[in-house]
Design a binder for this molecule. Structure first.
Ligand SMILES: Cc1cc2nc3c(=O)[nH]c(=O)nc-3n(C[C@H](O)[C@H](O)[C@H](O)COP(=O)(O)OP(=O)(O)OC[C@H]3O[C@@H](n4cnc5c(N)ncnc54)[C@H](O)[C@@H]3O)c2cc1C
Length: 300
């Protein structure tokens, strides 16, 4: 039996051949995953890492797909979604979440429990694992602020416990995570004023709805914030608000976002990204660096 048939037999409905990634990304864009899997147990993840090594297959981890642009031709190998395991719990002042837990659910529960340190992360539409992977943040607060440790598999499928002190991290960046699969994370929060925390959460969500084009599919900010400036300001200054390539458009509401106005392809988005980079460089001399992660082959 070939490896795909074996996976299908083992994972049943949690293994899908040719699953469209457009169903698993917030851009609602992306071709088929060669094999899409929803592992639940750690042993299943380990098995998949071993299989990928043995067969020399690429293994791509996907959370809620809110920071990725998946190629129209799809993604080769194994695309493993963490959505199969989304539990989390609060024990005293500690928050423990599996990688696939929706970050906003975790934040909401922490706020409800009167715990402070994650409230400004309200509304980030990714998973706990995805947030750790890139140190997601907003309004001056970052995932790593109160993170104490996370549990992961290394590229050989060995379990590792990584303490915050063991990694170098900064603005939307964590070093040394290549090939690692984050399985769960823990935050040590502080007791706060419940009423105030709920107010901060409400206001954070309100500001997001006012400033971000949440009515369209997107993957949030396309570019990293350049030193001392904002990508959205530079894009606006270059007169690019509303610029369109196919179904992809620079949002009129927030120039840092590219939205899918309907039927956009990954190629449309990629072309628009390159156009923005060229025109911002011409106007202000700044080279905008991509924050979103490209999955699959964009060479065609
Ligand atoms: C409307 C909107 C608003 C947003 N606002 C913000 C914001 O304010 N601040 C912010 O920081 N981001 C924001 N984002 C971007 C996005 O939500 C975050 O980057 C989020 O952390 C991505 O999580 P995810 O689970 O969706 O990851 P994915 O998009 O699925 O994956 C992103 C990368 O992380 C890797 N990855 C994901 N999970 C794991 C894991 N368990 N182990 C190893 N690697 C993993 C993937 O391989 C990929 O390289 C926004 C996005 C949208 C659509």
């Amino acid at each position: 039996m070939d490896w795909k048939a074996e996976l299908k037999l083992k994972f049943r409905a949690r293994c899908r051949l040719g699953e469209p990634l457009s169903a698993h990304t917030t851009y609602k864009i992306g071709g088929p995953a060669e094999v899409f899997l929803l592992p639940e147990k750690q042993s299943e993840w380990i098995e998949l890492v071993h299989l990928a090594r043995l067969r020399k297959l690429p293994l791509t981890v996907l959370g809620l797909g809110s920071n990725v642009l998946a190629a129209d031709v799809g993604v080769r190998g194994l695309v493993c979604s963490t959505k199969g395991r989304g539990d989390f719990e609060i024990c005293g002042d500690t928050v423990k979440a599996s990688a696939g837990a929706a970050l906003d659910d975790v934040v909401r529960a922490a706020v409800k429990a009167g715990l402070s340190g994650m409230e400004k992360l309200s509304g980030i539409p990714g998973t706990a694992g995805g947030a750790v992977w890139m140190n997601a943040g907003a309004f001056g607060q970052e995932t790593f602020d109160k993170l104490s440790r996370f549990y992961a598999l290394d590229s050989a499928g060995r379990s590792v416990r990584v303490r915050k002190e063991d990694v170098k991290y900064g603005y939307r960046r964590v070093e040394g995570l290549e090939g690692m699969i984050i399985l769960s994370a823990e935050w040590q929060l502080e007791r706060g004023d419940g009423k105030l925390l709920r107010k901060v959460r409400r206001e954070t969500l309100k500001t997001r709805a006012e400033k971000q084009p949440l009515e369209f599919p997107s993957a949030g900010s396309v570019f990293r914030r350049p030193q001392g400036d904002y990508a959205s300001r530079l894009i606006d200054e270059a007169g690019l608000k509303g610029l369109k390539t196919g179904g992809a458009q620079v949002s009129e509401k927030h120039a840092g976002f590219i939205i899918n106005t309907g039927g956009a392809t990954a190629r449309d988005v990629k072309k628009l990204i390159e156009e923005i980079q060229t025109r911002v460089k011409l106007k202000s001399g700044v080279e905008l660096e991509l924050e979103q992660v490209l999955l699959g082959d964009f060479s065609g």
